[in-house]
Design a binder for this molecule. Sequence first.
Ligand code: FEO
Length: 169
Amino acid sequence: MLSKTMNKALNEQIKIEGQSSNIYLAMASWAEIQPGLEGVTEFLYMHSDEERMHMLKLIHFVNERGGFAETPAFEKPSLTYPSVHHAFKELLAHEIFVSESINELVDQALKEKDYATHNFLQWYVSEQIEEERLARTCNDKLEMIGDDKSGLYLFDRDILTLSQEGEKA
Ligand code: FEO
């Protein structure tokens, strides 16, 4: 059984994961109308779907543990970006924020000796390591590419392979 505090904290995380999905959905929609960003577009739509899955996983856990998962309202995300690099900088900053939030949940679970929630959260801890790694790799590459259009072409072509390699690792 979840404590009221833990239920509230997990509901906050449900909102954060859903908000992440919304942010990446907006990025994907922006990328889709830019010329030549088919790979980036697909990557962002997939990433948005993954975040929705993170939200759903939390919703089921909260309800199965005797709590109540509240469906959150989301803030309107940025709809346009000056460049792909700007979008990925925001993506990395957001993933770091998500990791911090997960760490606080882990802290709370330990404080309450709620080992079931602590155990459940380990999946998110591992997932965040991978998501931050991928976001950093993308940012490092975009930093190198700068304004070079042929570099951006290759980045767009290779980004899906980059994310699949991360999943296999
Ligand atoms: Fe589910 Fe990328 O945070």
